[in-house]
Design a protein around this ligand. Structure first.
Ligand SMILES: O=C(O)c1ccc(O)c(O)c1
Ligand SMILES: [Mg+2]
Length: 621
């Protein structure tokens, strides 16, 4: 699949060193970087660690870090050399021949290049006698050496076969350095490469590095550009991950390691060009529209749900022969309500709060191609055709969160579905003119410790791009909010909005917050027609305060007549440089589900998030 070896630093993961090695092997990495504090704290001897890695099929690619070697105090430098010899002993036990030497952040660091070159040459000569090579890394906060180019000037001047460079994308990109010049460094003098991404931040770079790194694809660094320059240098060694992240250190190491491998494959795929040996993800048939959603309601909540679906213009079209599943249809849209006691049909796991959105069905001509792509990116994907009705490969299911999956469905699956359901007598769906035309977006709640993982999955498997959206203000909190949008291709691009649920709110989810996060936003061509149709079917518009409409008048200068019409139907409004957005909401059903009807005018790109606080206040608690 890929000719480039993958590696990961043990500091990325939680657990003991032994547990970390197990997780790294389980995820499918080729090797590890042993982080010294992990070894020092381990009851295993260096040779036992070597043996354990060997049994797991892992190479020990790097021992790190060796700190503060250079010194303006000659006696201290001698002591540092003695410390290095002791570490060479450890490395021979480990069977590892590459040591990371990082630039010194101390006040006593050498500030004269010529002296530094002499000291590093002395260390390189000592290493050579032991068959060890050194990879010199510029820490972004180093006293004298803090850019990769300076570290390269030093290595070039030392000119010793046992001394090369370690390039770490964090140290280069956090400083805003230009990675293109990496292409000018001879690849065989780059001994090791460490990858990290990060969200853009304005803070002390040491604190930033120690707490906020994340995997490639989870942050906002231009790693592709770094990778392209690296490939031009001729470097062909391992691609390793070195992530200092508080959440990763506390999470499930197997899951974190699997995310890590996915991130390296995703990065390689983004940087690969014809003929190179980087990982290439399998091609897929494009995604079409979102055509169905499945909601676990349980027996208790299904009647409330049914009346809201009816008001939205959905008609009951069938009941499943074997399960308590109800099929609701409107034009091309399908809503499946799982009313069975154990919500048997909600594959990803039973949501704690019902009703809950459990599946999002999206069209593609070749679901199997999506399953192949997901597998190649280390995402478990199930083929889940309806038993006895449709072939397994008609549906590829990718779990996005613990409760919600994306099901890529073949066009034929709609008809197969019909066959598994007993039609509801007397309902002629074909003659009713649909008011709702599609799914504009779907909102899902994401626990904070899965946030980066979910975004990486959506980016890598579905090619979706994240965008920061305005925070959602709730009566009892402030919620982080991101949209993740697939490239345009279908008539309506696949759009998700992710709301971050943190700590206490995640464990008691639904009671700690006023407003739900999970929702399905249906699109329509004319929201006033849609609102009138809903009213005729008995729907009562949310009571939106007149303060809101006064504010709209002040901000946008909308005509009074339009504002009155909007107020009568509980319609909210937003505008950006490219267009307008009209939307209305149903009350929340249970703790975390509501529906939205939206009309986009022109190229409006947001989700009306500025109105969230008004929506939440108007939705009955
Ligand atoms: O934060 C540090 O000290 C540290 C240590 C070793 C590294 O490779 C690195 O990038 C940072
Ligand atoms: Mg590093």
């Amino acid at each position: 699949m890929s000719g480039v070896a993958t590696s990961i630093a043990t500091v990325c993961l939680s657990g003991t060193l032994a547990e970390k090695l197990d997780a790294v092997a389980a995820a499918g990495f080729d090797g590890v970087e042993v982080f010294e504090p992990d070894l020092v704290a381990s009851p295993l001897s260096a040779t036992q660690i070597r043996e354990r890695a060997r049994t797991l099929g892992l190479t020990i690619d790097l021992y790190q870090p060796f700190r503060d070697v250079d010194s303006t105090d000659p006696a201290q430098f001698e002591r540092n050399l003695a410390r290095a010899e002791a570490k060479f002993d450890v490395m021979s036990g480990l069977g590892c021949d590459l040591m990371l030497v990082c630039s010194s952040p101390l006040p006593t660091a050498v500030r004269d290049d010529a002296v530094l070159v002499t000291q590093l040459r002395t260390l390189a000569e000592r290493a050579q006698r032991r068959g060890i090579r050194l990879a010199y890394e510029a820490l972004a906060w180093g006293t004298h050496v803090n850019t990769y180019w300076h570290s390269w000037e030093i290595v070039r001047a030392v000119d010793h076969p046992s001394l090369g460079l370690c390039l770490d994308s964090f140290h280069v990109l956090s400083r805003g350095d230009d990675p293109d010049r990496i292409a000018d460094i001879p690849g065989d003098k780059i001994f090791f490469v460490q990858w990290a991404d990060s969200p853009a931040m304005a803070m002390d770079v040491l604190q930033w590095s120690r707490h906020h790194r994340n995997f490639p694809g989870q942050g906002s660094f231009d790693l592709r550009r770094f990778a392209v320059a690296l490939q031009s240098s001729g470097y062909r060694g391992p691609w390793s991950l070195e992530i200092f992240n508080d959440t990763f250190r506390a999470g499930d190491p197997v899951r974190t390691a699997r995310d890590g491998l996915r991130s390296l494959r995703f990065l390689q795929d983004s940087a690969h060009c014809v003929g190179d040996d980087l990982f290439t993800a399998p091609d897929v048939e494009p995604l079409g529209d979102v055509v169905s959603v499945r909601i676990a309601a349980g027996p208790g909540k299904s009647s409330t749900l049914q009346s809201v679906l009816g008001a939205l213009g959905f008609v009951p079209a069938g009941r499943h022969r074997d399960y308590d599943l109800q099929l609701w249809r409107q034009g091309q849209l399908t809503v499946v309500v799982d009313a069975s006691p154990g919500t048997v049909w909600t594959a990803p796991g039973l949501p704690a709060h019902l009703p809950a959105l459990t599946q999002i069905g999206i069209r593609s001509d070749d679901p199997a191609s999506w399953a192949r792509r997901a597998h190649a990116l280390a995402v478990p994907a199930d083929s889940v055709g309806l038993p006895g009705v449709e072939p397994d490969d008609a549906v590829a299911r990718v779990e996005v969160t613990g409760t919600t999956s994306v099901d890529v469905r073949a066009p034929s699956s709609a008809a197969s579905w019909g066959a598994a359901f007993v039609p509801v007598p007397g309902v002629r769906t074909a003659t009713s003119v649909p008011v709702l035309t599609g799914v504009d977006h779907v909102g899902i709640a994401v626990p904070d410790d899965e946030w980066d993982s979910v975004i990486l999955l959506l980016r890598s498997v579905f090619g979706m791009e994240p965008h920061d959206e305005p925070d959602i203000t709730d009566a009892v909190g402030l919620m982080r909010n991101r949209s993740v949008i697939a490239p345009a291709g279908s008539s309506t691009p696949f759009r998700l909005t992710l709301g971050m649920v943190t700590g206490l709110a995640a464990s008691t989810f639904g009671t700690a917050r006023r407003g739900g996060i999970g929702h399905v936003a249906f699109s329509c061509d004319d929201i006033f027609t849609a609102a009138a149709a809903m009213r005729r079917r008995g729907f009562t518009a949310l009571p939106i305060p007149s303060n809101y409409y006064d504010d709209l008048a002040a901000r946008f200068g909308l005509p009074g007549e339009l504002l009155a019409q909007m107020a009568a139907s509980g319609i909210l409004y937003d505008r950006d440089a490219d267009g307008e957005f009209f939307h209305l909401f149903t009350p929340t059903l249970g703790a975390d589900l509501f529906f939205e009807v939206v009309q986009r005018v022109g190229g409006y790109r947001g989700f009306g998030d500025a109105n969230a606080a008004v929506r939440i206040a108007a939705q009955p608690a």
